[in-house]
Design a protein around this ligand. Structure first.
Ligand code: IPE
Ligand code: IPE
Ligand code: MG
Length: 236
């Protein structure tokens, strides 16, 4: 358990990477790794809720991941359906679930499941769990720009009201604060188009642990590292 009184990040982003390699190491199909990865998602969500983290975002499927072989994409979509059914009980813990990304690319069943979870947990004031699915940081910015143009056209805002705060509020993340800490397992050291606007002052933590193996003790290590950093935001 993370040490008491440690400075906790308000918002943690997890890039759930390394599922395929985890499975390959075991001579299993990649899908098996995705299934184990979903278990890690559950484990980390519960742990974050226990220790009092307010916002967590999981990168589950990027706008670039559609370029994978159809069989893998289909298997991931099937898993999403199963896990979103299971995610129902999270909404019973006062958790708010939100989805980041363009839902229109998913089939009706998946889309309905996503909106249903969002609708039923909208007013929950416990932890917010955001699932980035068909998410890309650049697409997020395009989405915000379109929202802002719409507000302009409708005369709801004037040009001089366009500022960083307005753009921030019009991203998929809406009222979710900027990411304080981004964790990427699997040894890769890149953002891969995750929360690019929201991570402008985030701290980064990289580990070679593969996502299906990632557990509370790995998160504790990341949190201790985070707590030891001096965040200056450009000041002194
Ligand atoms: C992350 O694991 C899951 C998704 C991108 C959907 P990967 O599938 O990228 O696993 P590796 O990187 O190939 O090991
Ligand atoms: C990033 O992982 C996307 C998700 C974890 C959902 P990738 O495996 O797709 O990233 P790259 O291809 O290594 O950059
Ligand atoms: Mg990967």
């Amino acid at each position: 358990m993370a040490e008491k009184n440690i400075i906790l990040p308000v918002h943690i982003g997890f890039i759930m990477d390394g599922n395929g390699r985890w499975a390959k190491k075991r001579g299993m199909p990649r899908t098996f790794g995705h299934r184990e990865g979903a278990k890690a998602f559950r484990r980390i969500t519960e742990y974050c809720n226990d220790i009092g983290v307010k916002y967590i975002t999981f990168y589950a499927f990027s706008t670039e991941n559609w370029s994978r072989p159809k069989e893998e994409v289909d298997a991931i979509m099937k898993l999403f359906k199963e896990y979103l059914l299971e995610a129902n009980d999270l909404t019973e813990k006062n958790i708010r679930l939100v989805f980041l990304g363009d839902k229109s690319r998913f089939d009706t069943e998946l889309r309905n499941r996503m909106t249903d979870l969002e609708d039923k947990s909208r007013d929950h004031d416990g932890m917010t769990v955001a699932l980035a699915m068909n998410y890309g940081g650049r697409d997020d910015i395009v989405y915000a720009v379109k929202n802002v143009v719409h507000l302009l056209k409708e005369n709801k805002i004037s040009e001089d009201e366009i500022n960083e705060d307005l753009i921030t509020r019009n991203l998929y993340t809406g009222d979710i604060p900027d990411a304080d800490l981004i964790i990427r397992p699997s040894g890769e050291k890149r953002l891969s188009n995750f929360l690019i606007w929201q991570s402008s002052y985030a701290e980064f933590y990289f580990t070679d642990v593969l996502w299906p193996d990632f557990g509370p003790s790995d998160l504790d290590r990341a949190l201790e590292d985070y707590a030891s950093r001096g965040r200056r935001f450009g000041g002194v």
